[in-house]
Design a protein around this ligand. Structure first.
Ligand code: WTA
Length: 655
C-alpha cells in the first residue's frame, strides 16, 4: 500500500518550540509523564479526578466505572448533571459578556453572540420545545445549516433532556428518512434553505419529502428556522416557525437534571454492512472527553479564538463546535460557507479578520487548498495562529509540511488527532507542549487512553508491524450502544473473533514505530474515507442496486489526490451490455441516482460496466481484485478461485 510506504520513510521530527512548551497547559515531559503514570496506576481514580475537576455536578457521583454488564460500560452513573448548564450557565457569573460565537455567514456578514445572549437563545428555544410537548428522552432530528441556530438547537435539546440526532445538511431525503424512522423522532428542527458557496439548497422541502416516505408517524412537529426567506411548503397543523415559537418564550429555562448516562445524542455513521449505525453517547462521559481534550490537545487558553471548520452534522462539529469549546468558555468561529467561495483564500481571510489562534480542519480541505493556491496563505496576516489541527484521515506528510510552513509559518505545532464518531473525543494526539511531532503520525495516546495494536489473539504486536487498533480499557467518552441495536454494538466493537471481545475494536489498522508513535494505515472493514467522511461500500452498492437499470454492483475505493479516496463502482446492468455511445448517459444517470439516494458525497467518481463481477466459486465478490483493477494495477493475486476470469479484461476498461 503506497501510503504506508511513504509514511514509513518519514524521519523528520519537530520538537515543541521553547516558547510553546513554556506556556503549554501540560508543560514539560515530567508533568506529562506524571499524568500518564497516574492514569496507568489507577485508571478509575484518574478519570474520577478529571470528572470532578471539569464537570459541574448537580449531584456528585460516587461510583466511577460500572463494568458489571460488559461491554455496556457506565461512567459516573449515579451522578446528575445537565450538559447545557455546563456549557452556558457556568459562564454567566464569570464572563457573561464574553463572545461565545463569532458567526461568519456565506455572504461575509458577521454576527456575534455572547454567553449571555447564547444562553437566552437556548432557553427560549428550550421553553418553546417544551410547550410543543417535547420531553426528556424524546428524539429530535436536527437538519440545519451551519449557523448559530444549529448549536442553539442542540443545546436546547440537551437542556430539556431530549436526545438530538443531527443529520448533515448534505444528506438526501432518503438518508434523512432512514434516520428519522430509526430514531423514532418526535420533532424535526430544520430551516427553509441552506446557503453555501452562493447556492441555495432546500432543507424544509427535503424534510417534507422524507416524511412523505412513510413510517414517520412519530413526527409530531417540524420547527422551521427562516434562513433565506424563500417560499417553502408549510403544513399549519404540523409546522411552526422558529421565530414565532421563540418570540414570547421566557429567557430562562430551568435545566432538566439528568443521570450521567442519560443519552445526550445519537449520530449515525457508516458501517461495513447494512444500515448506518446510530452511535449513542452519554451525557457526562462524553462531555468530559471533549473538555479534557480541549485542555490537553488544543492547549485551550481563555484568550483563544478557536475555529473548528467541521459541520455540526459530523462528530467533529459536535465535540469541537457544539460542546467542547462552550464548556470551556471559549470564543469560537462558526462559518456557514465553503473554503472556496467567493475565492480560494476564504479560510485565510477569516483567520486574518477574526484573529484566529487555533485552527482545526481536515486533510482533504488542506489538499484542496494546496491545489487551489499553494501560495495564497502568504497574502494574509496569519500571525494570530498559534496551533493547527487535523482530523478525519491520515494526513500525508507533504500536506503536513505545507500546512506547517505556509499556514503555521513554522511556528505552530500541528495536532494530528485520531478519534472516531464512536470515541466521542480525541484518543491519540500529541500534547503540543510536550510531544515532538512526526508528519503523518497522530503520535501517542492521551493519558488515560489505553490504545494498543494487537493481533487476532489480543497479543501486542512488534513495532513496525501492522495490526488491529484497539483500546484496552474503557474510557468515559466511548459509545454506549447503537440505538435500537445492542447486538450489533457488541458484534461491531467487541467481536468475539478478536481477542475474545475484551477490547474496544476501532476498525482501523495501524502500527507503532520504535518510539511508540502510532501510524494509522486505514480501515479494516469495507468503509471508504472520502473527503474525511465515512461511507459504507454496502450503502452505495444498495443504492445502485435500487436503480431499475442495475442488477448488481460492487464499490471499492481508490486513492485520490484531494479526497483521500475516490468511489469506484463496478456495475452489471439488467439489460444488454451497454453500447459505447450510451455508456456516458447511463453513468451520469447513476451518479445522480446515488446523489439522490444518499447524498452528493457518495457519488461514484467512476463507474465501470461488466457482464458480471469477479466472484469466487462460492459466489463472493473478490474485492481485492476490484481494488487492483480500480487502481490500474497488474493483477498479481491468485485468481485460481475465480469463477469467471474473462470478466477481468472487460472491467479493466475505464469508461
Ligand atoms: C479516520 C472522525 C488517521 C479513521 C473524527 C477513523 C483518522 C475514522 C484520523 C473515523 C487521523 C480520523 N489519522 N485517520 N487523525 N482521524 N481518522 O467517525 O479511519 O467520521 O476510524 O470520526 O476516520 O471517522 P469518523
Amino acid at each position: 500500500m503506497p501510503t504506508i510506504e511513504s509514511i514509513l520513510n518519514e524521519s523528520r521530527l519537530f520538537p515543541p518550540t521553547t516558547d510553546f512548551a513554556q506556556q503549554g497547559n501540560i508543560s514539560g515531559s515530567a508533568a506529562y509523564q506524571q499524568l500518564c503514570t497516574q492514569a496507568e496506576k489507577n485508571h478509575q481514580e484518574f478519570w474520577a479526578e478529571q470528572a470532578k475537576k471539569y464537570i459541574l455536578w448537580h449531584k456528585p457521583f460516587t461510583q466511577t466505572l460500572d463494568d458489571s454488564n460488559q461491554p455496556f460500560f457506565q461512567w459516573f452513573s449515579d451522578g446528575e448533571l445537565n450538559v447545557s448548564f455546563n456549557c452556558l450557565d457556568r459562564h454567566l457569573a464569570t464572563q457573561p459578556d464574553k463572545t461565545a460565537i463569532i458567526f461568519e455567514s456565506d455572504e461575509g456578514e458577521t454576527i456575534r453572540s455572547t454567553y449571555r445572549d447564547l444562553h437566552q437563545r437556548v432557553c427560549k428555544l428550550a421553553n418553546a420545545l417544551k410547550a410543543l410537548g417535547i420531553d426528556k428522552g424524546d428524539c429530535v432530528i436536527i437538519y440545519m445549516p451551519m449557523r448559530i441556530e444549529a448549536v442553539v438547537a442542540m443545546q436546547a435539546c440537551a437542556r430539556i433532556g431530549a436526545i438530538h440526532s443531527v443529520v448533515f445538511g448534505g444528506f438526501s431525503s432518503k438518508s434523512l428518512h432512514e434516520r428519522i424512522t430509526n430514531a423514532g423522532a418526535k420533532a424535526i428542527i430544520t430551516a427553509d434553505e441552506q446557503v453555501r458557496g452562493g447556492k441555495r439548497h432546500a432543507l424544509k422541502a427535503t424534510v417534507d419529502e422524507a416524511i412523505s416516505m412513510g413510517g414517520t408517524e412519530s413526527v409530531k412537529k417540524v420547527i422551521v428556522y427562516q434562513r433565506s426567506g424563500s417560499d417553502v411548503p408549510f403544513d399549519p397543523a404540523r409546522d411552526v416557525w422558529w421565530h414565532d415559537i421563540t418570540q414570547n418564550a421566557s429567557n430562562d429555562c430551568e435545566p432538566e437534571w439528568v443521570n450521567a448516562e442519560h443519552p445526550l445524542f445519537t449520530l449515525y455513521t457508516s458501517g461495513s454492512t447494512g444500515k448506518p449505525k446510530g452511535v449513542q453517547h452519554s451525557s457526562a462521559g462524553y462531555l468530559l472527553g471533549t473538555m479534557v481534550s480541549m485542555q490537553w490537545v488544543f492547549d485551550y487558553k481563555p484568550s483563544d479564538i478557536f475555529w473548528c471548520t467541521a459541520d455540526v452534522g459530523w462528530i467533529t462539529g459536535h465535540s469541537y463546535v457544539a460542546y467542547g469549546p462552550l464548556a470551556m468558555g471559549a470564543t469560537q468561529i462558526i462559518f456557514e460557507g465553503v473554503p472556496t467561495y467567493p475565492h480560494a483564500g476564504r479560510f485565510w481571510e477569516i483567520v486574518d479578520k477574526h484573529q484566529v489562534t487555533t485552527f482545526y480542519t481536515a486533510p482533504t480541505a488542506i489538499r484542496s487548498l494546496v491545489k487551489l493556491g499553494a501560495d495564497l496563505p502568504e497574502k494574509y496576516n496569519l500571525s494570530s495562529l498559534r496551533l493547527l489541527g487535523s482530523v478525519g484521515e491520515p494526513i500525508n506528510p507533504e500536506a503536513w509540511m505545507w500546512y506547517y510552513e505556509k499556514v503555521g509559518r513554522s511556528r505552530c505545532p500541528i495536532v494530528d488527532t485520531w478519534w472516531q464518531t464512536e470515541t466521542g473525543s480525541h484518543m491519540i494526539a500529541p500534547l503540543p507542549g510536550v510531544v515532538s511531532l512526526k508528519p503523518g503520525s497522530c503520535t501517542r495516546p492521551l493519558p488515560g487512553i489505553a490504545a494498543a495494536i494487537v493481533d487476532e489473539n489480543g497479543q501486542d504486536i512488534e513495532p513496525g508491524e501492522g495490526g488491529f487498533l484497539v483500546i484496552k480499557k474503557p474510557f468515559p467518552s466511548q459509545v454506549r450502544t447503537l440505538w435500537n441495536d445492542p447486538e450489533r454494538f457488541k458484534k461491531t466493537y467487541f467481536p468475539q473473533e478478536i481477542a475474545n471481545g475484551q477490547y474496544y475494536l476501532a476498525g482501523d489498522s495501524a502500527y507503532c514505530d520504535k518510539d511508540g508513535y502510532f501510524w494509522i494505515m486505514g480501515r479494516i472493514d469495507d468503509v471508504l474515507n472520502v473527503s474525511g467522511h465515512r461511507l459504507g461500500t454496502m450503502e452505495i452498492e444498495s443504492a445502485l442496486v435500487a436503480n431499475p437499470l442495475v442488477a448488481e454492483a460492487a464499490v471499492v475505493g481508490k486513492p485520490h489526490d484531494v479526497k483521500g479516496e475516490a468511489v469506484v463502482a463496478f456495475v452489471v446492468l439488467k439489460g444488454d451490455f451497454p453500447q459505447e455511445d450510451s455508456k456516458a448517459g447511463i453513468v451520469s444517470q447513476l451518479r445522480e441516482w446515488v446523489a439522490q439516494e444518499i447524498g452528493p458525497i457518495a457519488k461514484p467518481d467512476e463507474i465501470r460496466f461488466g457482464e458480471n463481477l469477479p466472484k469466487t466459486r462460492s459466489g463472493k465478490i473478490m474485492r481485492r481484485l476490484l481494488r487492483a483493477l480500480a487502481q490500474g494495477e497488474a493483477i498479481t493475486q491468485d485468481i485460481s478461485t475465480l469463477e469467471n476470469p474473462a470478466i477481468l479484461d472487460q472491467l479493466r476498461q475505464a469508461n
